[in-house]
Design a protein around this ligand. Structure first.
Ligand SMILES: [Zn+2]
Length: 740
């Protein structure tokens, strides 16, 4: 054998080169890979080296130009043309079974919007982005004005109140200052800490506001951060952050088909009854348009942390600033198109590695999502080239171009709902790439069972700096930890990860249906950097070529990384899951929950306990911790048995398939068919998202504990314990099969 394949070995990834190993195999094949026998690992390295040589920066740039040529919002003619373009390219490249799926969904488009300050002075908001010198795309007449997906139509004349980030605590502060927002227009900002604009809209709706304006303060993504576009990566004066306000934290996808697919002719609930459909008018503003409103406000001075980057003191507002707002939307049924292609597996065609990126963009989508789309086109070209050279993957590769991600994760959700049963039977994992590149800093997300394989994979890729991607990733994570920065757009826990990969997976992209509804392990890959033009017209080809990725090296690296990760999952002799690692991650989640709710969970402080009495917790998590220990022990035992089997170099194919299917079942077993309390669509008991999109671990249990609803907490704890028990039993059964 070329390398000893043990658990500690795979953790430390030390290349173990004994003399015997050297005499038996080449240096290249001396590398062990999780899930591979020594001989297969050697073959895999060869395949990966061929694969990595295919994606080219020039092709990445050429594809990126095609996708960023014109605005392509979900449902638009251009976006549908791009669906056809992808399908044609995939057929030409050699992908198999290329199909375009149509979903008739409740979509959202702008008709017109106007905002006019009528007192104390007159100001007509521009609601448009001005062209930037040097960036010809920014002159494109097809660029829309300001709008937010799923806003309702309406008209109101009312005072404007500044409500900071628009989170519930902000309204509490207004109330303390004697300010009600009922019937008024609230002005909130894209925030700090991050909260999804749909959550701001729901909060404004609950507070009884007539409308919500949300603006980009230079503090968050503008000149306070650094040079602005076209001189730098940050947002200029006129940039408008569009976006949807869909309440997809309740249920994503088409609001009228919650939990089933919007195939043409599907049953639909009335839009008035749809939990995820907003019932408030909302409009985004550039700081150029927000400035005259903020500048003229009276009322109490806003607290220090409500102050922003504009050069005056912010006030909460009163009756001084009145405005007339009119929004006309064209919301209704329209077709969205998901493109699907695959390369059928040679040996295990019914085990699927699913990959996807969304196609729709708010405008040109330079970063979001066209950097990912360009990387996907090079990914599929490279897969097809390998196939042509006789290297068909063992398992099936499925690649999808999603539609309407920006409007509520719609395309992926409908596709996932349509094929849920088949996916639960066949899917190994889903690898999502949304924004492939906005800079050089790698961020990887994965469910904990796939963290070791993802980290191992990054060791075999080279960063443009010449170091391994793994090394650069480690440096990035350490640097960001020191800076107290959060990793990933939707992570904000502040809690340290024990691994490089972020295992706190919230919502906000197309992985959601696969993880939370279908119970598939998911991975998310992206390179990030200074990026202040998100969802604006300035997120375009110019921006990418000047700030995001000048030589398209990171696009290329993304295609390589995405592909190698998929190929390892597709070609492994046994799927490279590590459930011991999963167990320790779940233990961390439980410990964090206990720490964060210490006071609630104990009901009384230690000092209140009399001598000789023991303090009784209101919720006892000891049985869960014991169940985690059992799951971890079973995971470790299985790891050892799998490693022993793999290093023996032989594996009965029938046994291999049985083991794979057992391991695939583990993630499904984390689903509770009833969903988490109040949100039946979200079925995963380990991962969820708060209404802000922030990740929420152990969602059902955590929410119950936070509400001090001990009956529900008890019930949720039991569900978790049962799932842990079932998965322990499953791992033990698999282990038995590997015993002589
Ligand atoms: Zn995106």
């Amino acid at each position: 054998m070329c390398a000893v394949y043990t658990n500690s070995m795979t953790r430390s990834h030390t290349a173990l080169l004994s003399l015997a190993a050297l005499s038996l195999c080449t240096i290249a094949s001396a590398q062990s890979i999780l899930g591979f026998t020594p001989a297969s690992a050697a073959r895999e390295i060869e395949i990966e080296n061929k694969f990595k040589s295919i994606p080219s920066p020039d092709e990445e740039r050429r594809q990126h130009r095609i996708f960023t040529q014109e605005p392509h919002i979900a449902g638009s003619k251009r976006n549908n043309e791009l669906a056809n373009y992808i399908a044609d390219e995939w057929k030409k490249q050699g992908l198999e079974d290329v199909v375009i799926h149509r979903y008739d969904v409740y979509g959202s488009n702008p008709k017109s919007a106007s905002l006019e300050m009528i007192s104390p002075t007159h100001y007509q908001a521009l609601l448009r982005e001005t062209p930037l010198p040097g960036d010809d795309d920014s002159k494109n007449p097809a660029i829309t004005g300001a709008w937010l997906g799923m806003s309702i139509s309406g008209e109101v004349t009312a005072p404007i109140i500044y409500a900071h980030s628009g989170n519930p605590e902000d309204y509490d502060l207004l109330r303390k200052n004697g300010i009600s927002v009922k019937g008024k227009i609230v002005l909130v900002r894209y925030s700090n800490p991050y909260s999804y604009r749909g959550f701001k809209a729901l909060t404004a709706q609950r507070e009884g506001a007539a409308a919500m304006l949300v603006y980009s303060d230079p503090q968050e993504d503008g000149y306070k951060k650094g040079m602005v576009d076209p001189e730098g990566p940050w947002g200029p004066e006129y940039h408008i952050q569009r976006g949807a306000i869909t309440y997809d934290f309740m249920v994503p996808g088409d609001p009228q088909t919650p939990g089933w697919a919007s195939v043409p002719g599907a049953k639909r609930i009335p839009i008035e009854e749809a939990a995820s459909a907003p019932k408030i008018m909302a409009l985004p503003l550039s700081w150029h348009d927000a400035k005259p409103l903020l500048e003229n406000m009276d009322g109490p001075v806003a607290p220090k942390d409500w102050q922003g980057g504009l050069p005056f003191e912010y006030h909460l507002g009163g009756d001084s600033v009145k405005a007339h707002l009119k929004i006309e939307m064209d919301n209704g049924i329209q077709p969205y198109y998901v493109v699907e292609g695959r390369i059928r597996g040679s040996e295990l065609p019914d085990e699927w590695i699913v990959m996807g990126n969304h196609r729709d963009a708010w405008v040109f989508g330079g970063v979001d999502p066209s950097s990912g789309t360009a990387s996907m086109m090079e990914l599929t070209r490279a897969f097809s080239e390998l196939k042509k050279q006789g290297m068909r993957p063992r398992r099936t590769l499925v690649v999808c171009s999603w539609d309407g991600e920006e409007v509520g994760l719609t395309g992926s959700t409908e596709w996932g709902e349509q094929f849920a049963d088949e996916l639960r039977a066949k899917a190994v994992a889903y690898i999502n790439v949304d924004e492939a590149t906005s800079g050089p800093n790698f961020h990887g997300q994965a469910v904990a069972s796939l963290v070791p394989m993802l980290e191992e994979t990054t060791r075999s890729l080279k960063d443009p700096s010449g170091k391994s991607l793994y090394e650069v990733w480690k440096e990035t994570v350490e640097r960001e930890k020191n800076e107290g920065k959060q990793s990933g757009q939707f992570s904000d826990s502040g809690a340290a990860n024990q691994t490089l990969a972020d295992t706190r997976i919230g919502s906000g992209s197309d992985h959601t249906v696969f993880l939370n509804f279908i119970g598939m392990p998911v991975l998310g890959l992206g390179f990030e950097g200074d990026y202040g033009v998100y969802h604006s017209a300035y997120d375009d080809f110019y921006w990418m070529n000047h700030f995001g990725d000048r030589g398209y090296k990171y696009h290329t690296l993304m295609s390589q990384l995405w592909g190698v990760t998929a190929l390892r999952l597709a070609n492994a002799d046994l799927l490279p899951f590590d459930f011991a690692s999963y167990a320790s991650n779940i233990r961390q989640f439980v410990n964090e929950l206990t720490r964060a709710n210490e006071k609630n969970m104990w009901g009384q402080p230690p000092s209140a306990v009399g001598p000789g009495e023991t303090r009784q917790p209101l919720l006892d998590l000891k049985p869960i911790l014991a169940a985690i220990d059992d799951f971890e022990a079973a995971g470790k035992k299985l790891n050892e048995s799998l490693n022993r089997q793999l290093s023996s170099g032989t594996l009965d194919p029938k046994l291999g398939a049985t083991l794979d299917h057992g391991m695939m079942q583990v993630e499904r077993n984390w689903l509770n068919p009833d969903g988490i309390p109040g949100r039946p669509w979200f079925k995963h008991i380990l991962y969820g998202a708060r209404f802000t999109y922030a990740h929420l671990e152990l969602p059902g249990l955590t929410e119950a504990v936070e509400k001090q609803d001990w009956a529900t907490a008890e019930q949720q704890a039991e569900i978790l314990q049962r799932a842990l028990h079932n998965n322990t039993k499953l791992l033990e059964e698999l282990d038995q099969r590997l015993r002589p």
